[in-house]
Design a protein around this ligand. Structure first.
Ligand SMILES: NC(=O)C1=CN([C@@H]2O[C@H](COP(=O)(O)OP(=O)(O)OC[C@H]3O[C@@H](n4cnc5c(N)ncnc54)[C@H](OP(=O)(O)O)[C@@H]3O)[C@@H](O)[C@H]2O)C=CC1
Ligand SMILES: O=C(CO)COP(=O)(O)O
Length: 334
């Protein structure tokens, strides 16, 4: 029987993930907040605002009505910016069935509460953790809609639910691996955006590959430190949701976080960079909530701190680089 999927959020990743699900054989309803986007998907099978010229599968229909999207859906896939999830989901939750699996595509931490997206979902819907899943990994949406090969992790505390989701999104170009470490995948996904900003800043300052490799590696170390304090499996950080996503984000000009950082490193102001960024660069907000989360767990995240200093406290990149390099010496693994 064909699986019924709802994808809530018709931006870059929501549209690309809807394509994966439809290519894997599901019937997909994509919710978008703007009627013109929904009309374009239904009439021309394209989403010209996000992917001009890319033909979407006929198995995707779109709606502006969230109730119509989630009605009878086996999986509800959430793809709105992290900071808008709570308010959106509160409105959607009464229409979502008690057996429906809730899937987060989001890579952020809520500002103010320092909660992971799965925690926000559990709190707002009352859903058991066994039906909350996460998809993460090196998945730059513009490459996915060209159907270029990529892999990901689908994580759920209940492995059988992860396996159902794995089947539902497995295509010739998209290879999902299951994992039960939801926390590790979410921490990896949120923190890599922050490290991507740091590497972008370095690139914008015309610093070389040694600097970038050092930031990536030490960025992974501070991410894993936080994850371990939260009960994550350390091996998750060596996998697709850890190292994999970090490499993609820190090396690709397609990454919005990386590009945002590079603009700052080149000397653009934060306001200019925000104005130049059309899509969501989660790390810009989540650098503060990731740091808050780290503080709550008494974990030191100097690179995340450096990003907050530049993005929110107006410190010049040159100053934070000096500060980062003049920290007291320490062993690699502590
Ligand atoms: N793009 C990518 O390659 C990947 C992204 N992700 C993650 O997916 C999540 C979504 O990002 P992405 O799709 O890329 O972001 P985009 O900016 O491309 O799209 C965001 C979508 O959410 C909608 N939206 C914006 N604000 C609100 C709001 N207040 N209420 C409801 N809907 C809103 C936008 O609508 P409108 O068009 O009307 O503005 C748009 O449909 C992020 O957490 C990101 O980190 C994860 C993996 C890959
Ligand atoms: O998460 C992503 C790739 O896996 C997308 O990264 P950006 O949000 O930086 O574009």
């Amino acid at each position: 029987m064909t699986t019924r999927m709802a994808v809530l959020g018709a931006g870059s990743w929501g549209t690309a993930f809807a394509m994966i699900l439809a290519d894997a054989g599901s019937r997909v309803t994509l919710w978008g907040r703007r009627p013109e986007v929904v009309d374009a998907v239904n009439r021309t099978h394209t989403n010209p605002d996000y992917f001009p010229g890319i033909a979407l599968p006929a198995g995707i229909t779109a709606t502006v009505d969230p109730a119509a999207a989630v009605a009878d859906a086996e999986f509800v896939v959430l793809a709105v910016p992290s900071q808008t999830l709570r308010a959106n989901l509160a409105a959607w939750a009464p229409r979502i069935g008690p057996q429906t699996v809730l899937v987060s595509l989001m890579k952020g931490v809520e500002l103010g509460t320092a909660k992971l997206m799965s925690e926000v979902i559990a709190e707002v819907t009352g859903a058991d953790r066994d039906r909350i899943a996460v998809v993460s990994g090196p998945n730059l949406a513009p490459e996915i809609v060209r159907r270029e090969p990529a892999a990901c992790v689908v994580a759920c505390r209940d492995e059988t639910v992860a396996e159902r989701l794995q089947l539902a999104c497995h295509t010739a170009y998209y290879r999902p691996y299951t994992n039960v470490d939801v926390v590790g995948c979410e921490v990896g996904g949120a923190a890599k955006n922050v490290i991507g900003l740091a590497v972008g800043i370095a690139e914008g300052m015309e610093l070389g590959d040694n600097t970038k490799a050092s930031l990536i590696t030490r960025g992974l170390a501070e991410t894993a430190r936080l994850g371990l304090a939260m009960g994550a499996d350390p091996l998750t950080f060596a996998g697709l949701a850890g190292m994999g996503d970090l490499v993609a984000t820190c090396s690709s000009p397609l990454s919005r976080n990386h590009t945002f950082g590079a603009n700052l490193g080149r000397g653009m102001t934060v306001a200019e960079t925000i104005a130049a960024t059309r899509q969501t660069a989660e790390g810009v907000t989540s650098c503060r909530s990731v740091l808050d989360l780290a503080r709550r767990h008494r974990i030191d995240m100097p690179i995340a701190q450096m990003v907050v200093d530049v993005v929110h406290d107006g410190k010049p990149p040159q100053v934070v680089v000096k500060e980062l390099m003049s920290r007291s010496a320490k062993p690699e693994r502590r």
